[in-house]
Write a protein that binds this ligand. Structure first.
Ligand code: ZN
Ligand code: FE
Length: 255
C-alpha cells in the first residue's frame, strides 16, 4: 500500500511533508522548518511521528528538528557528508542507502548544487520524490555551494526517475519561477497552459509544491536546458548541456 502524503505549509513559503505508512503506522516528516504546524498536522490525522528525514543543512529545513525530536523521540536520518552541520544523526546516509519507513523504502539520491550534501529521497513504490531545494516547482535551487555542473548532474539524476513520480519540493516559489520560465521559453504551449492553471490554483489556495515529474520535464526551463530548440532560442546552439544550464541559472539569479 502506498504512503499517504500530506504537505504542511511552514514559515512563509516552505513545505514540510508527512509520509504515513498505513500498514505499520509509522510516520515520517521530510524537513522541519517549524514545529507547531507539524504537530497540528500529525494530530489532525491521528499520527505519531517515528522518523525525521533531512534534505540539507539550511535553517529553514532543520530549524525545528531538535524540538520535534524531543517531543516525539523520532529517529533522525540525514546526509553523512553534512553530519558536522546537521542535528545529531541516528542514520548517516550516502547515495544509494535505503530509508525504511514500515513496509516502504526510500532511496537516497545525492543532489549537490544548492548545497554540498543535499540529498533527495525517492520512494519508488509510492511514486514520490522529496527534492527540497534541488529540483523545485518550475525552477531549481540557487547555487550557494555547488557548481552549475554539479547541479546539472543532480537534475539529470532526478529527470531519470519515472515520469509519474510526484516531485515534492521545499518551497512554493511558483510566482517568480513562472515569470522567469515564460521569459526564456515563451512559445512552450505546455508552459503557457500550466501558468494559466497555476493562477487558478493560487486563487483557490491549492498547494503548488507537488507536481508530477512529467509536467516538470515539459515546462521547467531548468529541465529543458539541454534541448536543441532551447539552446537555439537563447542564441547558444553550440553550448554544452551544463553550459546551457549555467547560463540559465545565472539569468534567473539576475532576473
Ligand atoms: Zn535551502
Ligand atoms: Fe530552503
Amino acid at each position: 500500500m502506498p504512503l499517504t502524503l500530506k504537505a504542511v505549509p511552514c514559515l512563509r513559503d516552505n513545505y514540510a511533508y508527512l509520509l504515513h505508512d498505513p500498514e505499520s503506522g509509522r510516520t515520517a516528516v521530510v524537513d522541519v522548518p517549524d514545529v507547531a504546524p507539524i504537530h497540528e498536522a500529525l494530530d489532525a490525522n491521528g499520527w505519531q511521528l517515528s522518523d525525521i528525514l533531512i534534505t540539507h543543512h539550511h535553517d529553514d529545513h532543520i530549524g525545528g528538528v531538535m524540538r520535534l525530536r524531543e517531543d516525539t523521540g523520532a529517529t533522525i536520518w540525514g546526509a553523512r557528508a553534512d553530519a558536522h552541520r546537521l542535528p545529531p544523526l541516528d542514520h548517516a546516509l550516502v547515495e544509494g542507502d535505503l530509508v525504511t519507513l514500515g513496509t516502504q523504502t526510500g532511496a537516497v539520491i545525492d543532489v549537490p548544487g544548492h548545497t554540498i550534501g543535499h540529498i533527495a529521497f525517492h520512494f519508488p513504490d509510492s511514486q514520490m520524490a522529496f527534492t527540497a531545494d534541488s529540483l523545485m516547482v518550475l525552477g531549481c535551487g540557487r547555487l550557494f555551494e555547488g557548481t552549475p555542473e554539479q547541479m546539472w548532474s543532480s537534475l539529470c539524476k532526478l529527470m531519470a526517475l519515472p515520469d509519474e513520480t510526484l516531485i515534492c519540493s521545499g518551497h512554493d516559489y511558483t510566482k517568480g519561477n513562472a515569470a522567469f520560465a515564460l521569459s526564456v521559453d515563451p512559445e512552450n504551449p505546455d508552459l503557457r497552459a500550466r501558468v494559466v492553471q497555476m493562477e487558478a490554483d493560487r486563487t483557490a489556495q491549492r498547494p503548488m509544491a507537488v507536481v508530477p515529474l512529467s509536467l516538470e520535464k515539459a515546462t521547467n526551463p531548468f529541465l529543458r536546458a539541454h534541448l536543441a530548440y532551447f539552446k537555439q532560442a537563447q542564441g547558444r546552439p553550440t553550448a554544452s548541456d551544463s553550459e546551457s544550464f549555467a547560463w540559465l541559472r545565472h539569468a534567473k539569479d539576475t532576473f
